[in-house]
Design a binder for this molecule. Structure first.
Ligand SMILES: Nc1nc2c(ncn2[C@@H]2O[C@H](COP(=O)(O)OP(=O)(O)OP(=O)(O)O)[C@@H](O)[C@H]2O)c(=O)[nH]1
Ligand SMILES: [Zn+2]
Length: 202
């Protein structure tokens, strides 16, 4: 993990501390004026802690490891998976942002490809961290560059942020689109246009 991945201050191997998370949730409930010991809230700290462990699972697993298994398929054209559901957590408010991701890459001359499900797993693990949408998008693109050495990569994420819907500016339904392009997708306008057309036509 490095200084740009948003997890640097956590050290090399973050671990989930269930007891500490439970205590923090109990304290938060008390801080908002609730009674953490009342019947309906008794099991809530443990439940919330387990939920956070799941939502932040990408801190405890190295996301790029899902690309450990690759194979050669002598396919040098675009591979594009669209509409991968994304659920992530905005690191500013710890509220969800959710939507879809479209991930495409052009394998290198050796045709090194990965299983299609691995692209969705990659999105999933990088999303399961305190995130901002821009970083999620570029982390996925950079992981594909590192592991597949492809000729080009495009990642587009379209998401709605609940911190903009249920609080603050209160604009539910507004959607944010972020993209990250690498290699040929950045350098060749026609290659990028082809991928964007296919994303739009899905
Ligand atoms: N660029 C970017 N901004 C985000 C993302 N998620 C949330 N934000 C924004 O982060 C900003 C945090 O702004 P602050 O002024 O520090 O916090 P705030 O007072 O709660 O801001 P408001 O949401 O405007 O009420 C807000 O503008 C959010 O909309 C994201 O993924 N990317
Ligand atoms: Zn937010």
């Amino acid at each position: 993990m490095n200084a740009n991945d948003g997890t640097a201050s956590l050290g090399a191997s973050p671990v989930f501390d269930q007891a500490r998370a439970e205590a923090a949730v109990r304290e938060l409930l008390a801080a908002v004026g609730e009674d953490p010991s009342r019947e309906g809230l008794r099991d809530t700290p443990a439940r919330v802690a387990r939920a956070y462990r799941e939502l932040f699972a990408g801190l405890y697993t190295e996301p790029d490891s899902v690309l450990d298994k690759t194979f050669d398929e002598s396919h040098e054209e675009l591979v594009l998976v669209t509409d991968i559901p994304v659920y992530s957590t905005c690191e500013h408010h710890l509220l969800p942002f959710h939507g879809v991701a479209h991930v495409g890459y052009i394998p290198n001359a050796r045709g090194r490809v990965t299983g299609l499900s691995k692209l969705a797993r990659l999105i999933d693990l990088y999303a399961r961290r305190p995130q901002v949408q821009e970083r999620l998008t570029s982390q996925v693109a950079d992981a594909l560059v590192r592991r597949l050495d492809p000729r080009g990569v495009i990642v587009v994420v379209q998401a709605e942020h609940l911190c903009m819907g249920m609080r603050g500016i209160k604009k539910p339904g507004s959607r944010t689109t972020t993209s990250a392009v690498r290699g040929l997708m950045r350098d060749s306008a026609s290659t990028r246009a082809e991928a964007i057309e296919l994303i739009k036509a899905r």
